[in-house]
Write a protein that binds this ligand. Structure first.
Ligand SMILES: [Zn+2]
Length: 343
């Protein structure tokens, strides 16, 4: 049982209703849940998460932000053009955030080595003082902050493969070396942040690594970026905790992302991250769901990652990269980060 992959999920998150036509809809989680219940991945087990407390959420967010979200309990309204709440959204947001924290607790206190928080609303766009981009609380940032302050982790690696830049996660940890944020994201694209020269500030210089990429990159290109940049940086950083903002909107069938990653491509990225975890954290690692707006692709990509996490299947070798722009991207990141990392 100890090596099982823990799936953190609660049907309550389906009650966050964003209204007709919204891409971040309950069917996303339903598709993942139904697929994994109809055809379980051997070595996974389900658990209901505890809701995050406001005290935990305030490890990242301002009291004013938490108070504002609390004031929306039982209401239906738009916070901004993309970010909406329905009567049970605030409860769902507490469960989503609590699932990320429970995942971190499970993998650090030894009950399991791997966890996947299957959650919505997503989190990585939420900044310390505001909701944005479908996100109310920054689930992964709160989980990392909890691990830092309560579980005494001091070298936390956050990898973000969602097609959008995790502006909220970057903002939360821009000034610290205790949390290293590594993000691949389409650029220029929503939310507009994440240039290669955004590398962190003060004690955090070098500990924000942004890889802005043009649309169209697929399995080979992502694999090369992870091999040439993530692996040497992670091996030099020697993380004591690894978290992934696992968004599947970089999938080839996603209606918003414009990237070409396949299920096997995500499995390969997951496999690289597992190898890093095996070298530095005794294999311990938690994935936190972010975006992904083709419900079928979301279910199949999640499954592909779970098969890697449980060790039940090995991904196929990715194709060779074939975009010349790939090396421009890699060289740009190297020129910004050579002073900080052996790349
Ligand atoms: Zn996204």
């Amino acid at each position: 049982m100890a090596d099982d992959v823990l799936l953190l999920y609660d049907d309550l998150m389906l009650e966050h209703d964003t209204g007709p036509g919204h891409p971040e809809r309950a069917d996303r989680l339903r598709a993942i849940r139904d697929s994994l219940r109809e055809q379980p991945v051997a070595g996974t087990r389900w658990e209901k998460p505890q809701p995050a407390t406001n005290e935990q959420i305030e490890l990242v967010h301002t009291k004013a932000h938490v108070k504002q979200i609390e004031s929306l309990r039982g209401k239906s309204l738009s916070i901004d053009a993309d970010t909406l709440v329905s009567p049970r959204s605030v409860e769902a947001a507490h469960i989503a955030c609590g699932a990320a924290i429970d995942g971190v607790i499970a993998i650090t206190t030894g009950s399991t080595k791997r966890a996947f928080a299957l959650i919505r609303p997503p989190g990585h766009h939420a900044e310390t003082h505001r909701a944005m981009g479908f996100c109310l609380f920054n689930n992964i940032a709160v989980a990392a902050a909890y691990a830092h302050s309560e579980l005494k982790r001091k070298r936390i690696l956050i990898i973000d493969w969602d097609v959008h830049h995790g502006n909220g996660t970057q903002q939360a940890f821009y000034n610290t070396k205790d949390i290293l944020f590594f993000s691949t994201h389409r650029s220029p694209f929503y939310p507009g942040t994440g240039a290669a020269d955004e590398v962190g500030a003060n004690n955090g210089i070098g500990y924000t690594v942004n890889i802005p990429i043009p649309p169209g990159f697929g399995d080979g290109e992502y694999h090369e970026i992870y091999s040439q940049l993530l692996v040497p940086i992670a091996d030099a950083y020697k993380p004591d905790l690894i978290l992934v903002s696992a968004g599947f909107d970089s999938h080839q069938n996603d209606p918003l992302g414009g990237m070409k990653v396949t299920d096997n491509g995500f499995a390969n990225l997951c496999s690289i991250v597992c190898d890093i975890a095996n070298r530095h954290t005794d294999g311990r690692l938690a994935l936190i769901l972010e975006g992904g707006y083709n419900t079928n692709a979301l279910a199949t990509s999640t499954r592909a990652c779970l098969e890697v996490l449980t060790g039940s299947s090995e991904p196929c070798t990715p194709p060779n990269p074939h975009y010349d722009q790939l090396y421009e991207v890699i060289n740009l990141v190297k020129s910004n980060h050579k002073p900080h990392w052996p790349i």
